[in-house]
Design a protein around this ligand. Structure first.
Ligand SMILES: NC(=O)c1ccc[n+]([C@@H]2O[C@H](COP(=O)([O-])OP(=O)(O)OC[C@H]3O[C@@H](n4cnc5c(N)ncnc54)[C@H](OP(=O)(O)O)[C@@H]3O)[C@@H](O)[C@H]2O)c1
Length: 240
């Protein structure tokens, strides 16, 4: 059970895991500030929503202005997008990195110094087990999550002496609009995913991977992917 009267910032919470985590935190008595591009369906006296894009120019300053001087107890970075690569236009891949990776870094830039000054705080990022994969169909999603996992686990080690915890949550499929694959093995319900988020808030692990059944499958896919990369060589014939 999470303790009450704490202040959480949830980035990317108009939908999916962020929205359900927000509702769970409010049920547990937390005060929550949410950020996303769309309005929130949540109506609660302990909830404040801000319509803001993590890719906006001035995002860091706007977030600081929203929060004021006081450190939040917890930040959960849930904003994330993904999609297939378009070889003739890579702008959407750049956008995936902006949201999944740079948005998380900018959020940390805005709030971690106050946590360090206060000597406490917890920054949680929602990465993915896809961070271990090389994916031809949607390379930006897996690669942005690989960067997210690597950076925040390193930052977590760096922040330990300052009393600030970082957790990298690596989920498999969760039943939201983001899970669009035709086959979604071992998919979590939103409730199961939020149970895991809640346990991360309690135990503050540097890394948590769930479900473990997906982790075994990902290990096999990562191994196959490495061989595919290793054996892919030589010129390819141009399309007629
Ligand atoms: N679902 C899965 O199978 C799965 C598996 C592993 C990891 N994850 C990760 O878990 C996180 C949440 O995923 P989800 O399944 O809950 O996705 P979702 O239902 O699509 O929700 C994504 C949230 O991110 C917000 N968002 C997107 N772009 C944003 C931006 N530029 N600025 C601010 N907010 C933005 C969206 O709100 P607006 O559109 O209103 O901005 C929405 O509230 C993601 O990082 C995802 O990669 C998901």
């Amino acid at each position: 059970m999470l303790s009450s009267s704490r202040h959480a910032l949830v980035i990317g919470n108009s939908d999916g895991i962020g929205l359900h985590s927000t509702r769970r935190l409010l049920d547990r008595g937390w005060r929550v500030t949410g950020v996303s591009r769309r309005a929130s369906p949540v109506v609660d006296a302990a909830y404040r929503h801000h319509v803001l894009d993590v890719c906006d120019r001035g995002y860091v300053e706007k977030l600081r202005a929203i929060l004021g001087q006081k450190a939040v107890d917890t930040c959960i970075y849930c904003a994330g997008i993904g999609g297939p690569v378009d070889p003739q236009d890579l702008r959407s891949d750049v956008h995936v990195f902006e949201v999944n990776l740079m948005g998380a870094l900018r959020t940390a830039e805005a709030i971690v110094p106050a946590m360090v000054a206060a000597g406490r705080g917890h920054f949680v990022v929602l990465s993915s087990q896809a961070d271990a994969l090389v994916v031809a169909r949607a390379p930006s999603y897996a690669a942005s999550k690989a960067g997210l996992s690597s950076y925040f686990e390193g930052l977590g080690l760096a922040l330990r002496p300052y009393g600030v915890a970082v957790s990298n949550l690596r989920l498999g499929f969760v039943d939201t609009k983001m899970a669009r694959a035709s086959v979604r093995p071992f998919m979590y319900t939103l409730d199961q995913a939020v149970d895991v988020v809640e346990s991360v808030l309690c135990k503050r692990p540097l890394r948590l991977t769930r479900p473990l059944s997906t982790a075994l499958l990902v290990r096999l896919l990562a191994w196959l992917g490495r061989w595919r990369v290793f054996f892919t060589r030589g010129p390819i014939s141009p399309r007629a």
